[in-house]
Design a protein around this ligand. Structure first.
Ligand SMILES: [Zn+2]
Length: 110
């Protein structure tokens, strides 16, 4: 079995204790889930492709914009997205709309 190195001191002498990974050298304890969270957000677009910071996406359906009477049209390109935590997991700036948040399920990577 391949145990991960300690995320704190990079020791390779880690062992597993139930759900926990334990480092005998610096006494750090962590779980696999916590480690994944540290590696970054996992955000997928409508097609299940992984998105990352700086990607360009396009909107796949007309979206009402909160606090505005305008609609974000299907096919609108959104450049340089930033992934954030939460229900609306994409932070971006759109020409004519300004800074806003989108849900990843309504965009696709281009
Ligand atoms: Zn350690």
């Amino acid at each position: 079995m391949n145990l991960p190195n300690c995320p704190k001191c990079n020791s390779e002498y880690t062992y597993q204790d139930g759900e926990l990974y334990v480092c005998p050298e610096c006494a750090y304890e962590w779980t696999e889930n916590a480690q994944q969270a540290e590696e970054g957000l996992v955000v997928k677009d409508a097609n299940g492709n992984l998105l990352s910071d700086g990607d360009t996406v396009s909107v796949i359906k007309d979206l009402k914009v909160k606090g505005s009477s305008s609609t974000l049209k299907i096919g609108t390109k959104v450049k340089n997205i930033r992934l954030v935590e939460g229900d609306h997991n994409i932070d971006c700036k759109i020409d004519g709309f300004g800074a806003m948040k989108l849900k990843s399920e309504f965009v696709k990577k281009i």
